[in-house]
Design a binder for this molecule. Sequence first.
Ligand SMILES: [Fe+2]
Length: 387
Amino acid sequence: MAKSTVTSFSFPTRVVFGSGAVSQLPELLAEYGAKRVLLVTDQGLVHAGLVERVLKLVSGSSEVTCFDRVEPNPTESCLEEAVTLLRRESCDLVVGLGGGSVLDTAKAACMRLNHPGPLNQYEIQVEGYRRVTGEVPANIAIPTTAGTGSEVGRSAVITLETDNRKAVLLSPKILPTVALCDPELTLSLPAGLTASTGMDALTHNLEAYLSTEFHPICDAIALGGIRLVGRHLVDAVKGGGIEARSGMMLASSMGAIAFQKDLGVAHALAHPLSTLSGVPHGLANAIVLPHAMLFNKPVSADRLRDVAGALGCAVGGLNELDGADLAIRKVEGLLEQTDLPNRLSAVGVEEDLLPELAAQAIADPNHRTNPRPCTCEDMVRLYRAAL
Ligand SMILES: [Fe+2]
């Protein structure tokens, strides 16, 4: 054991996984005694026809109200709209149908129902989980992307409009009651979104594996998740079928389970890129990840060599530093193979924004468990390297 401290492990989310799993929604609603359901989703899924399909599944057994206005990087006012509906319609169960933004909104709405006051008092930095003591309604999370793993995560990220930054709300009580994971729902995801969300899943697994927290069970899950990304990401992006989609959906859930160990500097760099420059979360991670790996190489070369092995590289006989280099090259190669941009300048980030980005990155709690401690100057250097 690396540490002599006592620790506690738990893996509580019930996961219903498999092709066609969404058709089990009526049985799950009956099992949890749902009388009035709030369906939280977004316009993209309304247009794709998926919302109508799920509404039919729900309306057979329960009254249903639909909130379909979740935006990417959901704001506090979007969250409050969902909570108002939840309260007004006296819903007893929430179904989240969508990507990370939707699932986070659904989870935060469940928490918010009986937890009033300023939202920032529930943030991770101020140990907000201690204030989440009231009842939280049941929540069934149905992911339609494979990346955030929000369906099995204890946190929800909501943008505070007052100071234009992302707040991470964290409590075991906002874990969805059931993660209903149906990889068929991701078959029609466009290539770009498949690639960027898939890189988010990789970043979760990789940063969790490198995190300074002691959690050997999550380490094993993280390596398993990385292995699945190495095997399936490119296939999924190139239109691969259900096997590739299943692999990526599992990798996504595994990443979010693994990041009970917390994350690292890539996520600290990625969050301000979304709030200040509008770069989608997965894409922001994808671009900064190789630079974060290089930054961590002096202290985490052994673990980075493991990452290279999990990604399918031949690491036998390689020393740690060479193995770490191989991992970095492999991740750079994944960006290339999935046609993702690899420079921040290509997604509209300009040099004069770097100080502001760095100021937010250093205030972001995610880098606290990065294996190499970061300064604000490090953040500027990392952004510049990725520019
Ligand atoms: Fe992420």
